[in-house]
Design a protein around this ligand. Structure first.
Ligand SMILES: C[S@@+](CC[C@H](N)C(=O)[O-])C[C@H]1O[C@@H](n2cnc3c(N)ncnc32)[C@H](O)[C@@H]1O
Length: 261
């Protein structure tokens, strides 16, 4: 099994690290070359963290948030009642409207590799010159936080159930450029590594529980889940030192793309 599991995303778990998860959305938006976009779509809006960033920067814009998770959309509607939110799957959603900005923070890594480019092309190619498609994805599959998920998955009685579970890596910057440039006037790509100071190794587990760990724990029963998480935590303690203040520094590389039609 790869990609998202059938279980729904949890807004509450995701929001435990709201400030850290929202900073990349701010950084991505700071690179969007638009001053007064009228129409914005937040693709994979989650609990509206990214939508709030958009509506604060562009209060005049009409903003729609889309997400495949009912729990996320229910939460988003309570957070930002002035925007409009719908349950929708990016793999099939499309629009005939003129859109100024497609914005997507931490979503496209969950789509299958060939679907990612297909979605960007389906939405951006029919738009007028000047429309922007901005996305950010974690680029952390080589970090201990993620490598150790795979190692812990192979190291217990749950191994057969978790055989083959792993998100597929994102396109390299060169691949992304070559795949998007044929239907965009400009493609800007950049990377940033964040270093999040988290309270403890347990907090690292809580962080990834809201995202990358989900495909590993979702297939397990309660006993297996407990065993797997203990094994993962034991490995994290070996990989991440304790900082001078007793906290743990989690390195988190992210990849950004701003394409202009
Ligand atoms: C890590 S969250 C990002 C939420 C928000 N953009 C933010 O900046 O905090 C990823 C979101 O992508 C959504 N998602 C994953 N696959 C999707 C798909 N195929 N179509 C729509 N949403 C999807 C998930 O439900 C989840 O809410």
């Amino acid at each position: 099994m790869t990609m998202t599991s059938s279980k729904d995303w949890s807004a509450a778990q995701y929001l435990k690290f709201e400030a850290e998860r929202t900073q990349p959305a701010r950084d991505l938006l700071s690179r969007v070359p638009l001053t007064t976009p009228a129409r914005i779509i937040d693709l994979g809006c989650g609990p509206a963290n990214s939508t709030k960033v958009l509506s604060t920067r562009f209060p005049q814009a009409r903003i729609t948030g889309l997400d495949s998770s009912h729990d996320m959309i229910a939460k988003a509607k309570t957070v930002l009642p002035t925007s409009d939110f719908h349950v929708a799957d990016l793999n099939t959603w499309t629009t005939d409207e003129k859109v100024d900005l497609f914005f997507s923070n931490a979503v496209f890594q969950w789509l299958k590799p060939d679907e990612r480019i297909a979605v960007i092309k389906r939405l951006l190619a029919p738009q007028e010159k000047g429309t922007v498609f901005a996305l950010q994805v974690p680029n952390n599959l080589s970090e201990p936080s993620h490598v150790l998920m795979g190692e812990a998955a192979a190291a217990g009685p749950w191994a057969a159930k978790l055989d083959g579970v792993q998100r597929e890596g994102f396109q390299s910057p060169q691949e992304l450029y070559d795949l998007v440039k044929p239907f965009a006037g400009e493609v800007h790509i950049f990377e940033t590594s964040y270093y999040h100071s988290l309270e403890s190794h347990e907090a690292v587990v809580e962080w990834v529980k809201g995202t990358g760990l989900r495909p590993f724990v979702d297939p397990l029963d309660e006993d297996e889940k407990r065993g797997f998480l203990e094994e993962y935590l034991r490995r994290l303690r070996g990989a991440y030192p304790v900082s001078v203040d007793g906290r743990v520094l989690l390195k988190y590389p992210r990849l950004f793309m701003v394409a202009v039609k």
